[in-house]
Design a protein around this ligand. Sequence first.
Ligand code: SF4
Length: 271
Amino acid sequence: MQKAAKSAAKAPANWKETIERIIKMRKAKTAPVDTKSPGKLADRKEDADVANYQTLVALMLSPQTRDEATAVAMDKLKEHGLTPKSMQEIAETDLAALIHNVSFYRNKAKYIKKTTDIIADKYKGKVPDTLKSLLALPGVGKKIAHLTLQICYKKCEGIAVDTHVHRISNRLGWVKSRKPEETEAQLEKWLPKTWWEKVNVLLVGFGQEICRPIGPKCGECEALEFCPFGQENIKKPSAAERRRANKRTHSKVRGSASEPSKARSSPASDI
Ligand code: SF4
């Protein structure tokens, strides 16, 4: 059953203008998520059940991993054969070796094996299509479950919040939260449901290119006017300015450290 949008919380001022400006920035430059997101990595020539299974595997590989690296691991898996049957047959160590370029690859191999057994045995090779049943699979959290439902079954039951959505929503002042789950709950209280699916890919690409985790490009961001974090951030010296200031401090320190020896060599110092 579709979750009803919660309307209790007041939407932050200017959220629509902010989204419009982010859309404009996203249109000006593609991001890795636009071509290599886990949702684009399944072999669509496979039958629907296998393609859905491949999408789920891609999503399970993706946490804490760049989209480009997930795509490389998926290529290796598809070359090997990526079906529930082939993943049941492969040894966990061999699977880990195939996906060793993604982070936490040993854990991910273990979870893929366990989840594959459940999909093969309990669901006859079909990825389950409810939030509850997806969340019961090992290695599948809220973000993966929401994206699986959206990509495989065109069902949107919540906002898929990853590190980009979490970070940017906090920077913009849309939420005040410490964990992605809290961000999801707070966003769903005011963001109209028509945006729930779109906001993930919008903010992920924005986070990959402009509102980066480290060194966000606030100076060139068209949403700066509406962003409390950005307003503060541009007042701080840039990394280059900090390096120049450090250099100046070090050369001053070196200069003053050399003064005693100069003094020692000065005839006047002997007095
Ligand atoms: Fe991100 Fe800076 Fe833009 Fe704010 S102003 S959304 S922190 S890039």
